[in-house]
Design a protein around this ligand. Structure first.
Ligand code: ZN
Length: 292
């Protein structure tokens, strides 16, 4: 079957929790909502996996049975640009998450690379790249299959501009491109106002990383509020005073025949994931009619 754009929530939707669902129930419940991706949240984890291997295996089995693609969001407590001991602890956290990601068969481990802190930006960034090369090599020696997915970040003091994410993907082996469009929007104080603004980013990615990396990118999306320092808060898609507008991105997904995995990070996770899916379906449908 041809690849298609997948949609799903970042973490377990609030309604599933109210229903008392266990993690391994999530793929089936998402499938019932016509969704087909799930980002497992390991955001509070330390230096050891905080899920039992048998439970991770079970989640993986259920995901495969229901054709739900799994990804994992690693610990928030990662800073690859910090002091030596902070960097070493961060590397252990990434390896712990990657180990559990492999247990469940997640295809990418998304994470936040770090903070510039007191370092000069270029130096901080180079430190991150070196640390990631070491993590990647260790993952290979442990035979871990999950890809490393450093995410584009929304605040100006965080490592993770579009250019930095592209460079990491070029320089570190076994990486997967992860773009958080809300973050890019807020880091650059509202850059996505029309289709052309998305197109510029997509063309740059294609030029630097190639067509396959472009089409198969992993995305986060939500409406976002920002101030002069960048990201402030994620919002629901219906809160129209906050951008970016998913319809504009959907046009570009159709134009470039992309099939991203689209993870919704709005407060109404699965509800907005479905809205995005419907929006893309409408865009694709209207093009068919134009061709006929
Ligand atoms: Zn994130």
């Amino acid at each position: 079957m041809a690849e298609h754009t997948r949609f799903g929530p970042a973490g377990v939707p609030p309604m599933f929790k109210l229903m008392g669902a266990s993690t391994s129930d999530v793929p089936k419940l998402l499938r019932a909502e016509d969704l087909d991706a799930f980002e497992y949240g390991a955001v509070q984890w330390g230096q050891k996996p905080q899920i039992k291997q048998e439970n991770a295996n079970l989640l993986g089995e259920e995901a495969r049975k229901n054709d739900v693609r799994l990804s994992m969001h690693g610990s928030y407590y990662v800073n690859l640009a910090g002091k030596k001991e902070v960097v070493e602890a961060s590397k252990r956290r990434l390896i712990a998450a990657a180990t559990a990601a492999d247990w469940m068969g997640a295809y990418v481990l998304v994470f936040h690379t770090g903070f510039y802190g007191r370092f000069e930006k270029d130096y901080a960034f180079k430190t991150c790249v070196e640390a990631l090369k070491e993590v990647s090599a260790e993952m290979r020696s442990l035979n871990l299959k999950v890809k490393l997915g450093p995410e584009s970040m929304g605040r100006k003091f965080q490592v993770g501009s579009l250019e930095e994410i592209i460079t990491i993907n070029q320089q570190v082996e076994a990486t997967q491109l992860v773009l958080d469009w809300g973050h890019l929007h807020s880091r650059e104080l509202g850059r996505f106002k029309k289709v052309e603004d998305f197109r510029v980013v997509v063309e740059k990615v294609e030029e630097e990383l190639g067509t396959d990396a472009l089409r198969s990118m992993h995305c986060h999306f939500s409406a976002i509020e920002f101030n002069s320092q960048g990201e402030k808060e994620h919002h629901a898609l219906d809160e129209k005073r906050y951008g970016p507008d998913f319809k504009l991105l959907a046009e570009v997904i159709a134009d470039f025949q992309m099939h991203p995995t689209m993870i919704c990070e709005s407060p109404v996770l699965d509800v907005d994931a479905r809205k995005m899916k419907e929006t893309l379906a409408q865009v694709l449908e209207s093009r068919k009619q134009t061709i006929q």
